[in-house]
Design a protein around this ligand. Structure first.
Ligand SMILES: [Zn+2]
Length: 463
């Protein structure tokens, strides 16, 4: 007993890890400023190594053999296009065929007797949860990438930070926790969500400990601001927040807290992918860890730079479970590689623009719920909540957008104005229903889910 068990510091060569993926603040003086050739030279070496590792995982081996692809075929970054992509649906089938872990993991539970492993599951906004096993190296690099994002957003070593994400089967709260504690030397107050620690208590803790950030959804942070106001506090003056590390209603967040809000992109299996810099001209991809491709959501075909499509992601930093041409169906676009005003040559992508698999065809036009929601909300009288339903009425597909306002007497006028905006910008008649604040909470699960739900397809199998 004992001899084969490796502790975290034995399982990972930390000096090698930091050379491969510099942590903040060093990162922003080094890899962030690399030239294009050096970025791509390093990517290619990592990509080839990662392909060889993925080839040993049954899920990839099976799919690659069927497609006639072999890791040796990767001689340039372009050759990544030769590998077949896969989607969440393929992951689901793999889990069904060999529960509970599927055959796409690059580690097994038995490996835990030799080195620390963690398991997390997707938030399951659509379908069954997807488990992922993380080796110690994968956890550390994933946390380090998140630390870079938090640093860029304004969090500094030594800060106290309130982590109000849900500590659950989901990766999110733990990833932030590890980033803050291990790579930014921050003191984390683990409040969890409003269900665990009341909103008043969250505000009291943030105020008393002079927290530099409250990590949570943008919507919950805005809710906390209104709770602070009810307590007689001014969110700008009486809290010491310096960072808004959130997705959400940027304009409202910035106006409420008087701080810049930077967009970012990431997801459960791979953690942090890209972050907006102060130039706000796209999200820089951490290219020492990822290669982002954009494909047609329907055909999977390559799309040119600038065109919106589905993100097809390859990570090149892990040692365990691979994500190799994972078509995650989140919509974005790639900018051509150019030097940003911030000095970085890292490839930039557009912010998350919705889900490719939630596209609805209305009268021959492809419509995404996020686009409809954004147009409908373009009215200062409205709150930030929205929800879209696809329905089938009188034998045709339709969409209904739900929005909220506290102006009870203006519902009809607000709905008419929003319908006119949608007609003008999309060329489609889409119904808008206006309700009182809180009316959509059961649909959006805004107070219980890390990712609010925005869309439901109620058309059934009739299509
Ligand atoms: Zn930049």
């Amino acid at each position: 007993m004992g001899g084969s068990l490796r502790r975290p510091f034995e399982a990972v060569d930390y000096a090698a890890l930091m050379r491969a993926h510099p942590p903040p603040p060093e990162y922003f003086e080094s890899e962030w400023l690399l030239g294009p050739e050096e970025i791509e030279r390093r990517q290619l070496a990592r990509l080839r190594e990662r392909a060889r590792q993925a080839f040993r995982v049954p899920f990839f081996r099976r799919r690659w053999d069927a497609a006639g692809f072999h890791p040796d075929r990767i001689r340039s970054l372009e050759d990544l296009w030769l590998a077949p992509a896969y989607t969440v649906e393929d992951i689901r089938k793999s889990v069904e065929a060999s529960p509970p872990l599927g055959d796409y993991q690059g580690a097994s539970l038995a490996d835990a007797a030799r080195e620390p492993l963690r398991i997390f599951m997707s938030g399951a906004t659509t379908g069954a949860p997807r488990p992922t096993l993380y080796t110690q190296w994968d956890r550390e690099v994933g946390a380090l990438l998140t630390a870079r994002a938090l640093y860029l957003q304004g969090i500094r070593p030594g800060d106290v930070v309130v982590n109000a994400w849900a500590y659950s089967t989901h990766n999110g709260a733990f990833n932030f926790d590890e980033a803050l504690h291990r790579w930014l030397s921050c003191v984390v107050i683990t409040t969890g969500t409003g269900n665990v620690t009341s909103s008043r208590r969250q505000i009291e803790l943030a105020r008393d400990y002079r927290a530099s950030a409250i990590l949570t959804t943008g919507d919950y942070l805005l809710h906390l601001a209104s709770v602070a106001q009810e307590m007689g506090l001014d969110p700008k003056r009486d809290l010491a927040l310096r960072a808004l590390p959130n997705v959400g209603d940027r304009e409202k967040l910035e106006a409420t807290f008087g701080l810049p809000c930077y967009r970012s992109y990431g997801f459960h299996e791979v953690q942090w992918v890209a972050i907006e810099c102060p130039a706000r001209a796209g999200l820089h991809v951490f290219e020492d860890a990822f290669i982002v491709q954009i494909v047609d959501p329907e055909t999977g075909e390559r799309l040119p730079d600038g065109e919106q499509g589905a993100i097809c992601l390859t990570e090149i930093y892990k040692t365990g479970s691979p994500q190799f041409r994972y078509n995650i169906m989140d919509l974005s676009a790639l900018h051509p590689r150019e030097r940003c005003a911030c000095g970085s040559w890292l490839r930039r992508m557009a912010p998350f623009a919705g889900r490719g698999d939630q596209m609805v065809k209305l009268r021959g036009v492809n419509v995404w719920p996020e686009a409809v929601g954004a147009i409908a909300l373009d009215d200062p009288r409205l709150g930030s909540e929205w929800f879209v339903r696809a329905v089938r009425e009188r034998d045709r597909d339709d969409m209904i957008v739900h929005v909220v306002t506290s102006r009870a007497e203006e519902h009809a006028a607000i709905a008419a104005a929003a319908e006119a905006r949608l007609k003008e910008r999309l060329g489609l008649r889409i119904r808008v229903e206006v309700a009182a604040p809180g009316a959509l909470d059961a649909w959006t699960e805004i107070h219980s889910s890390p990712k609010p739900k925005r869309f439901r397809d109620e058309r059934g199998g009739a299509r």
